[in-house]
Design a protein around this ligand. Structure first.
Ligand SMILES: [Fe+2]
Ligand SMILES: [Fe+2]
Length: 417
């Protein structure tokens, strides 16, 4: 297990090997669960140090406890690994102010940093590792020529420190980027916002819990900010919408082909909030068009994207296959269905696709890339809530008049028999 005659460089090579194997295991796990290739870990290169550190601690513990019964070793490994995982989680939260993983949804967790299920899994893996993998790996590495091992170890150490330094800088840049995006959101162009969000991409895929951080630090604040910013603008425009029918030739010119399309016109057949999907998307499109025009944004994409944002052809209160199987959640699924339908009949630019895909944000976790998407998302919620309220009032009114009618019916004196 351990050999005091072997020099330090052999252990560095073993450490690198275990960091690499850990990286492969994480990549497989993350890529399978996210259904695409994900470069796991916070380093740029193919190494995850916590696996190397964990492997070494387990090997040293096994060396110390080798004569003890397996149950004692199992408990000791479990304790050690749980402590290590807790400590790394705690330090990343304290030093980088980031939660890299979160078990708070799992039962029997401690501060979301460790949980019973994963601790048991790690312990089983550790036991399998010291019994089956380490002895063989150790034998093979120990048989390598000393010169080769020394060069490999030095190359790894230099590489490791460079990668580590840049990775720490990139984590700090991530936090700064989030703060910058929040502060400067309205002064940035869509392209700049997209670039910043893209620069977060790798870290957010490697550590899905960072999305919670982005959500709490950007999404919620941007939403509050955008709502307060848009309120006076939209109220002004809404008053106009109430007073007269939208008549702007430019708006109709922008969306003429969509409105005339046979498949799109089928939306008239599906009830939505208080009328049809067709009239709902029409109102959202016009409001988004007016706001975007007022703010000097891409109002054409806003109008077209908004018009197509609910392009699903089923009754969402009682939906069925083929468009949406009954067990699926309409709120999360319909933006994807709308994108597929829209792409089938029209060509979409990036802004339009983002508008449709993200209009349910923050229900869908990934935030919109473009300001126009925020505006459509806002206009949709604003108008939907008005439509719901008007439908609710209509129903209350109908119930009341029905009651009145039946009361009046009772009040009418009947003729004596
Ligand atoms: Fe929708
Ligand atoms: Fe909608």
């Amino acid at each position: 297990m351990l050999d005091h005659n072997l020099n330090f460089f052999y252990y560095i090579v073993l450490f690198a090997l275990y960091c690499f194997v850990g990286w492969i295991a994480e990549v497989i796990y993350r890529s399978v669960s996210q259904r695409k290739f994900v470069n796991a870990g916070f380093l740029f290169g193919p190494f995850i140090p916590i696996y190397g550190v964990g492997a070494f601690l387990v090997v040293v513990l096994e060396y110390a406890l080798q004569d003890w019964p397996i149950a004692v070793r199992f408990a000791a490994f479990g304790l050690l690994i749980t402590l290590l995982e807790y400590l790394v989680g705690y330090l990343s939260e304290k030093i980088f102010k980031l939660t890299l993983w979160n078990y708070s949804e799992c039962r029997f967790n401690l501060h979301g940093r460790v949980c019973l299920r994963f601790s048991l899994l790690w312990t089983l893996l550790a036991l399998a590792f010291v019994i089956f993998i380490h002895p063989e790996a150790f034998r093979r590495v120990a048989s390598l020529p000393a010169g080769l091992v020394q060069i490999a170890a030095i190359v790894f150490m230099v590489y490791f420190w460079i990668d580590y330094t840049f990775s720490v800088i990139s984590l700090a840049a991530f936090r700064k980027g989030v703060a910058y995006l929040y502060e400067e959101y309205f002064n940035l162009s869509s392209l700049e916002i997209e670039d910043i969000l893209k620069s977060f991409q790798r870290l957010r895929e490697a550590f899905p819990d960072l999305n919670t951080y982005v959500n709490s630090h950007i999404n919620r604040r941007i939403k509050i900010k955008i709502d307060s910013y848009l309120k006076p603008v939209s109220e002004k425009i809404f008053q106009e919408l109430e007073g007269r029918k939208p008549f702007e030739a430019e708006y109709y010119e922008t969306v003429r082909d969509i409105l005339a399309h046979e498949e799109f016109r089928k939306l008239k057949e599906y009830f939505h909030h208080n009328s049809s999907i067709y009239s709902h998307v029409h109102d959202v499109a016009y409001l988004s068009y007016r706001i975007s025009k007022y703010l000097k944004l891409d109002y054409r994409s806003a109008a077209r994207g908004a018009l197509l944002h609910d392009f699903f052809l089923y009754d969402w209160r009682n939906h069925d296959a083929p468009d949406l199987p009954r067990e699926k959640f309409h709120g999360l699924e319909h933006p994807k269905i709308a994108v597929t339908n829209a792409k089938k009949y029209f060509s979409l630019n990036d802004i339009e696709e983002d508008i449709i895909r993200k209009h349910m944000w923050p229900l869908t976790i990934v935030p919109p890339k473009y300001k126009e998407s925020y505006i459509v998302s806002f206009a949709d919620k604003y108008l939907s809530s008005r439509e719901f309220i008007s439908e609710y009032k209509k129903r209350i009114e109908a119930r009341r008049s029905k009651k009145d009618a039946s009361r009046r019916g009772k009040d009418i004196p009947t003729a004596e028999p």
